[in-house]
Design a protein around this ligand. Sequence first.
Ligand code: CO
Length: 178
Amino acid sequence: MEIRLYGDDVLRRIAEPITDFDEELERLAGDMVQTMIQGDGIGLAAPQVGVTKRFLVIGLPQGDDEKALKILAMANPEIIWASEEESVLEEGCLSLPELEVEVERPVAVKVRYQNLRGETVELQADDEMLAKVIQHEMDHLDGRLIIDYLPALQRTLMKSKLKRRYAQRSAGGSTRSA
Ligand code: CO
């Protein structure tokens, strides 16, 4: 699938809930996982591939083997608890290649979502990286991007710079982008 880059309006829309848990959703999940892996990403939200649905996939390394990924697919995710403790992490995004932004977020969250069969699942994410990726991808469902976390002046300067840069290139990714 084609990864939409910053400047594409689809990244700013509020995504719609998933209502049908069918083969089409399974296909979307599979295509998104493949796109995420090809882009060297650790997460991907549906709006990033032009689908304004509340759906995301995550693929984090499991154990010592970098190629063994733990894949998660979440429909209609909601944060039902967040730790008071927050930390700052440099985040990248497949829709904003070459940009890294320091984002402060809770270090742990509990998320309620539906799996591909439509079953409600609650996941306690105490692993900091997992908690951060979940929050980053959920931001995409509400049209929020890492550039929005920059201080105002930097953001203004960066906005026009990036729009010009991305207009001249096709989608790609850097490591650890989501
Ligand atoms: Co992203």
